[in-house]
Structures are given as C-alpha cells and as structure tokens.
Write a protein that binds this ligand. Structure first.
Ligand code: NIG
Ligand code: FE
Length: 409
C-alpha cells in the first residue's frame, strides 16, 4: 500500500455522468488531496491528511510542488502504426487541393498502404513504440491503435502483430483494432463487397485465433465503403465476436445510422453529422468520438460537439493520429482547441479524454479516480485545473502513473 500526495487539487471525475452536458460546477475538487493505492489500483482518494491519519504506517510518496491530479488520459482513436509519411500530400492540401481529390489521384491512404506494406514487422513495432511513448509522456496511458494501412491478409496481420509487440514494450496499454475495411485496395480484383468477404473469410478468423484484436472498424464513405456493404460486413464481424466501431459521417452522412443498426460501441469523426444523426446518436448507447486533429489537419469543420452533448450524447475526444489527415497527435492541445470553438466546459473536456474515451473502448476500469479503478493518473504543475486547458496543450505533465507506478520521462 502507498500514499501519494499532497496534490493542490485532485479532480477524481468519479461521479460525473456518462452522457450529456456537464457544468464545471459539477466537478468535485479535493484540495490538498492524496491517493491511496494497492496492487496498481486505487483504494481511496481524499484529503492527504485524512488518508495519512487513517493509515499511519503507509509508505508516502511526497509531492513537493503544486500539482493538479487527474485520471490519466485515453486516446480512443489512433492509427499510429504506419510506415513512411505523407508530407507531400499535406503540402498539396494546405495549398488547396482537396483530401479526397489527392486520394483519387493515388495519394492519400493508398500511399501509406504502399509504404506500410514495405516496412518490416520490426520497423513497425519500433515506430509504434516511439509514438506510444510520446503519448505516454503527455499523460496518455491507454491508446487505441488501428491496422488499416496494409489491406491484405499477410500485411494486416503484420501490423496487428507489430501493435501487439509494441504493447509488450510500452507502459501504456495499446488496444488494437482491425481496420482492414479502410478502403478497397487498388490491387484487389473484385468489388468492395468481394473485398469485405475476403477479409471476413481470410483475415478475421486468423485475428481471432491469434488473439490479435477483438475490435473491427470500417470507413463508411463514398470513396471507401457504402452503407449496404458495411452493414453485412459488420453484422458478420459481430457474429464472430468482434466489437464494432465506425469511421462515420466524416464527409457525408450514413455511417452513424449504420452504427445504430449494427449495435456499434462508438461512431467516430461525425464532422458532417446533421440534427438527424445527432439525435440518433444521443438516443443510443453509442459513444460519439470527436477527432479535432482531423479537422485541423484537413482544415474542415469540427464535430458538432456542443450539440451532441446538449442532445444528451456521450462525447469522447481523440487524436485520430495518422499520417494523412491528422499528423499532429497532440490530444490535450486538440481537446483545448475544440473546446474553445465548440464551447465545452473543462469538465466535458476532461470527461471526453478520460472515462468517456474509455467507454468508447468498452473499458470501465479506468478514467476516473475511485476505489477499485486502475491507478492510472497524471499530475500537471499548476495550482488550478483551469490552467491546464488555458495553456492549450503547452503545459506538460510532471508525473504520469500507470497502474500506480510512476512512468519515467
Ligand atoms: O480517420 N477517414 C479515414 N481514415 C483516417 C485517415 C487516414 C489517412 O488519411 O491516412 C482518418 O482520418
Ligand atoms: Fe481515423
């Protein structure tokens, strides 16, 4: 058993709701707080003095400076396993060429597929470790990572193995997702439905058998997969035991309705969702995931986050860190920028990158500081929680703990 503290403020987020708007007044702030931990889990969060009095023998890790403590962050949507880069695409985009036009001309996702296929499992493992460790230093202790830059059986398995290797090497938890349904690869002979059938028959059983992932994602869009082929693919994947998440409503609508039809855990992107989709999502159990990094990278509108929260949805925020649309990969900066544009409270932002993001991964053991939860925590060098978003991502954590253990630099 150990006690860490005192923290100038701790925000346990323990009693905040899973869905809907949250006011900062609802945040329960503990001043001069301490956290009691055992076996990587939280036993209690309370005032430091009280915990010390009640546990006089406990080993204390003393915090000398002024620190604000939060549950550490969850990035529930990334593509950080990729080869090469798309700096040329990006230069064309900022000069005005549209994303989908670049994709049609042979750039875009297909370019990353070519480079990722050419990379070895070891190379992909190393680059994934580097990116995950950068996230970890920013206080992100759970990171979802998608395949989807390989698009054939052999190379999708290579990506998922690289993600699994990286998970063994980094202190953060990596949660892998099969995104073989990212686009139909240019070298596949057959239509989109035939490609999805090929994945269903040849890749998904192998992923199950090798224990490489229990999540399936798809990009529903004109340039990728339409709603009809998506529904049958996702229902078949679900019947095999996979949880479903969807790249939905990024440029055109349709994806979130498919999510509802197939019982997806989350629908993600949603930049083009209208009132109809917002209502549909809010009335469902699906987590809505905003990806401000993609809006910044593509220079397009943000996910209607305020409207989603006001309609009663569960809103998470993630980076979408990928080589094309979202190369930045800075969760706190992006969440801060989203909140300024969309008018989100600090409570809504913190919920969106902690327990609500964990819910998008079907994880209920993290994202709040409460008895029985994992000791995944982050402390920022400031006096009040408001300073964290105020510094728009420039304020970096001094301490990050994964399962109660301090993560070194
Ligand atoms: O989430 N929208 C589809 N897929 C990725 C982009 C991938 C890429 O451009 O490489 C996304 O934004
Ligand atoms: Fe994505």
């Amino acid at each position: 058993m150990k006690l860490i503290g005192p923290f100038t403020q701790a925000l346990p987020l323990a009693d905040l709701p899973m869905k809907g708007a949250i006011a900062d007044e609802d945040l329960k702030i503990i001043e001069q707080a301490g956290v009691l931990l055992e076996d990587g889990k939280i036993l209690a969060v309370d005032t430091f003095d009280k915990l010390q009095k009640e546990n006089p023998e406990v080993a204390v890790t003393e915090i000398q400076e002024s620190m604000v403590l939060l549950p550490s962050f969850v990035d529930c949507h990334t593509h950080i396993c990729w080869g090469g880069n798309r700096a040329r695409d990006y230069a064309m985009r900022i000069a005005g060429k549209p994303y989908l036009e670049i994709a049609r001309a042979g750039g875009g996702i297909w370019d990353s597929v070519t480079k990722t296929r050419a990379a070895s499992e070891g190379e992909l493992t190393n680059i994934t470790i580097q990116r995950a460790n950068r996230h970890l230093a920013d206080g992100i202790t759970t990171i979802e990572v998608k395949s989807g830059y390989a698009l054939d059986v052999e190379n999708e398995l290579k990506m998922l193995k690289a993600i699994k290797n990286a998970d063994r090497e980094v202190k953060a938890d990596l949660v892998s997702t099969c995104l073989a349904a990212h686009i139909k690869p240019k070298d596949f002979e057959g239509d989109a439905a035939a490609y999805l059938q090929y994945i269903l028959e040849n890749l998904l059983p192998e992923i199950k058998q090798q224990g490489l992932s229990n999540r399936v994602d798809i990009f529903i869009e004109d340039t990728a997969f339409n709603e009809e082929v998506s529904v049958s693919y996702l229902l078949a994947a679900k019947a095999m035991g996979f949880e479903i998440t969807i790249h939905a409503d990024q440029f055109s609508t349709g994806g979130s309705a498919v999510g509802k039809e197939v019982g997806a855990v989350s629908v993600e992107h949603l930049e083009s969702s209208t009132e109809e989709e917002i209502r549909l999502i809010a009335d469902s159990d699906m987590v809505a995931v905003a990806l401000p990094g993609a809006s910044l990278g593509l220079g397009m509108q943000y996910t209607p986050s305020r409207k989603l929260l006001d309609a009663g949805a569960c809103l998470a925020i993630a980076t979408d860190w990928n080589p094309g649309s979202a190369p930045m990969g800075d969760l706190l900066m992006q969440a801060a920028v989203l909140s300024a544009s969309e008018k989100l409270s600090s409570a809504e932002v913190f919920a969106g990158i902690t327990y609500r993001a964990a819910a998008a991964l079907n994880l209920n053991d993290r994202g709040r500081l409460a008895e029985g939860m994992l000791g995944d925590m982050v402390a920022f060098p400031c006096e009040t929680y408001q300073e964290i978003l105020y510094q728009q991502g420039r304020l970096k954590p001094t301490y990050v703990w994964k399962k109660g253990e301090e993560v070194e630099g």
